[in-house]
Design a protein around this ligand. Structure first.
Ligand code: TYM
Length: 333
């Protein structure tokens, strides 16, 4: 049956234990689109190998990320959930788009600059062309909206530039994707260095709250979160980055606005505030964790979801791929 709804597409790398940044900035928002949009949510394992992975861990995390998608409310009957490497169209499309992406554009990507500093011994070509693979992911499905955190905005802008360039040469090939970046929660900061983004690869465990952290670890990490030397609980990211980050986290988990949250803690001390942030975080994550463990225990089910997702995704991807091949002048047999 042909599904004519607009398309929502996003992906998460199975490259580490996911954080509340991944949750609040991205995964939590994915199910919002499941009714009105045809949704594709991908576990992007091919992106993960731009930095060295331990193979057994990558494999395990691929299952885990899929289980987490489902535990966070993504019903595999209503969304196409799949693993990137199961749909070879992604890499085929990436090659074609590589030929429409400029060296200078890729050199300006801040994530490439950051990652090449961090992995100076392994600045491979995949790390450099990574945003082209991401553009291929999105464009293959004629995507309308891409729910992402703030750090992926530049990559999405590149995908849009590729669409512009390609469509000018070969009209009506790709749909122009729009980023959807939440007003609050799109940039959750490190608890140890609140001017830096919370990152799943941070070596300081106290800086990062993971979706699967035990409740006592969550409470402890918030208790240790860096704040400042005055005592006012006020949203002011410039002068009070630590407190503002905690207010954002509180507001996202509780569903209250920042102003309501500020009022709630007016006159209270940092100790009580941090405990309350830890508590709302646990309240929301514990049910997700329970559901996750239940789903992860059934590997056969997860493989069934992967297989069904790969079949569905391939069907849509092949349509775009054959259109692009035709436009470029390849012989379609
Ligand atoms: P990844 O795996 O690094 O992150 C997954 C999603 O989580 C968001 N995110 C955050 N949001 C708020 N605060 C944070 N501290 C935070 N950290 C991460 C990211 O913005 C992202 O939305 N290249 C992508 C994966 C990808 C993709 C795609 C996304 C591959 N192909 C196509 C969308 C569409 C990445 O590395 O995300």
């Amino acid at each position: 049956m042909i599904d004519n709804r607009p398309v929502s597409y996003s992906g998460v790398q199975p490259s580490g234990n996911l954080t509340i940044g991944n949750y609040l900035g991205a995964i939590k928002n994915f199910p919002i689109y499941s009714e009105q949009y045809k949704c594709f949510y991908c576990v992007v394992d091919q992106h993960a190998i731009t930095v060295r992975q331990v193979p057994a861990e990558l494999r395990r995390r691929t299952y885990e990320t899929l289980a987490l998608y489902i535990a966070c409310g993504l019903d595999p009957e209503k969304n196409t959930l799949y693993v990137q490497s199961h749909v070879p169209a992604h890499t085929e499309m990436a090659w074609m788009l590589n030929c429409f992406t400029m060296f200078g554009e890729l050199s300006r990507m801040t994530q490439f600059k950051d990652k090449s500093q961090k992995h100076a011994d392994n600045i491979n070509a995949g790390l450099f062309t990574y945003p082209v693979l991401m553009a291929a992911d999105i464009l293959l499905y004629q995507t309308n909206v891409v729910p992402i955190g703030h750090d992926q905005k530049q990559h999405l802008e590149l995908a849009r530039d590729i669409v512009d360039r390609f469509n000018q040469l070969y009209p009506d090939t790709f749909t122009m994707p729009e980023p959807i970046i939440a007003k609050s929660g799109a940039k959750i900061m490190s608890l140890a260095e609140p001017t830096q983004k919370m990152s799943k690869s941070d070596e300081n465990e106290n800086a990062v709250v993971r979706i699967l952290d035990a409740p006592d670890a969550i409470m402890r990490k918030f208790k240790r979160a860096v704040t400042d030397s005055d005592s006012e609980i006020r949203f002011d990211p410039e002068n009070k980055p630590g407190v503002s980050n905690l207010l954002t986290i509180y507001s996202c988990f509780s569903g209250k606005t920042i102003e309501e949250s500020e009022r709630e803690f007016d006159g209270k001390g940092y100790g009580d505030f941090k405990a309350a942030v830890g508590q709302v975080c646990c309240d929301k994550l514990i049910p997700v964790q329970e559901e996750y463990r239940r789903i992860l225990a059934d590997k056969a089910y997860l493989e069934e979801v992967m297989k069904k997702g790969a079949d569905e995704a391939s069907y849509y991807a092949r349509k775009t791929l054959s259109k692009v091949r035709r436009k470029l002048g390849f012989v379609n047999l």
